[in-house]
Design a protein around this ligand. Structure first.
Ligand code: GDP
Length: 336
């Protein structure tokens, strides 16, 4: 069977889309980049084509290890990913790096500053690096990144890294789309408390303290603090206590240990069934997110809602009606 004749839903494909699918399945980076551009397009006809392409590729997805890496600007994400990527490629892996950049969804600019980063990795045929989509809300950016991840898997990349900046809500968003979520930290005392406050310690499956070369003793102290902080929390899985590793991305030290921990996590949670369970859960959550945003859009465009929304909003502000009464009245318009 031709790989692209997968028995899935969707209408007939144009020959251009068929070529695109074949190119992706053959692992061509150019075809993959084009497919991701199609997925990221906001044009309605592009979106329709994108969904057709994705549907045909779906049977070829799901085989990669999906790893999230988050850290503040300067933590060493790109240096670490470059070291890790080269290490993985030398061992026969193919690696895709995608980014969720919350700043790009707000300002169109980017904290991750994608263009000049990871230059060595960029040149490797076995690596694919894609900056964050710049349009839309964080939810929209995340949706595109999820779809890009599927396309990378169909193109045979067996390790997907989703990188994000340690600000705002993006960590939770990324944790919701990967198998394993890693925090890249600087060896600064007290950062564990910051992370606890922001609620991101709970979602970490692994903590990596980078730049251990600068001050190994201080790094050891910070590592102990992190271990303590993690110990106090109930882990997401009873079968996995998130480890705290120390690395030096610059000196390429600790990269092998990092990957060992990733594999151990995958193996442990695969044995218990939690790995597959997490993916099922993520897929359903993704579906509901799309339903929620679709309903919201439908609601906002409904003629009677549009007509009555200003007056009802004002009534709520003035206190002449309750938020609940206004909400129910508006939702009722959808029934007609
Ligand atoms: P990002 O903003 O998180 O992607 O951080 P970068 O990877 O761009 O690193 C920020 C700076 O820290 C750069 O100047 C790197 O060379 C430096 N850096 C990254 N990793 C290490 C490390 O392990 N040790 C030392 N000494 N410097 C590092």
């Amino acid at each position: 069977m031709n790989l692209s004749e997968a028995p899935v839903t969707g209408s007939l494909l144009s020959s251009a889309d068929q070529t695109l699918i074949d190119g992706v399945l053959a692992g061509q980076r150019r075809a993959l980049a084009k497919a991701i551009t199609l997925v990221e397009s906001t044009r309605a006809d592009h979106q329709q084509r994108a969904q057709g392409v994705l549907n045909h590729l779906l049977p070829h997805t799901g085989r990669a290890m999906r790893v999230g890496i988050s850290g503040v600007p300067g933590a060493g994400k790109s240096t670490f990913i470059e070291a890790l990527g080269t290490w993985l490629i030398d061992r026969g892996h193919r690696l895709a790096v995608l980014a969720v950049d919350p700043s790009s969804s707000v300002s169109g600019g980017s904290i991750l500053g994608d263009k000049t980063r990871m230059e060595t990795l960029c040149q490797r045929e076995e690596a694919f690096i894609r900056p964050s989509p710049s349009a839309g809300s964080l939810g929209g950016v995340a949706e595109k990144t999820r779809e890009a991840m599927l396309l990378c898997e169909a193109a045979g990349f067996d390790v997907i890294i989703v990188e994000t900046v340690g600000v705002g809500q993006s960590e939770t968003t990324v944790a919701g789309m990967v198998d394993m979520f890693c925090l890249l930290q600087l060896p600064n005392a007290g950062d564990d408390l910051q992370a606890i406050k922001k609620g991101i310690v709970e979602i970490a499956d692994l903590v990596v303290i980078n730049k251990a070369d600068i001050d190994p003793r201080a790094t050891a102290v910070v590592r102990a603090q992190w271990k303590n902080a993690l110990h106090m929390l109930r882990p997401a899985s009873p079968n996995w206590a998130p480890p705290v590793l120390t690395v030096s991305a610059l000196q390429k030290q600790g990269v092998g240990e990092f990957w060992q921990a990733v594999e151990k996590y995958r193996d442990t949670l695969t044995t218990t069934g939690e790995f597959a369970e997490k993916r099922r859960h993520q897929s359903l959550a993704w579906m509901w997110q799309l339903i929620d945003s679709g309903l919201r859009l439908h609601f906002r465009h409904h003629p009677r809602v549009r007509q009555n929304l200003p007056a009802l909003s004002q009534a709520v502000e003035l206190g002449t009606t309750t938020p609940a009464a206004a909400a129910y009245a508006l939702l009722d318009y959808l029934k007609h």
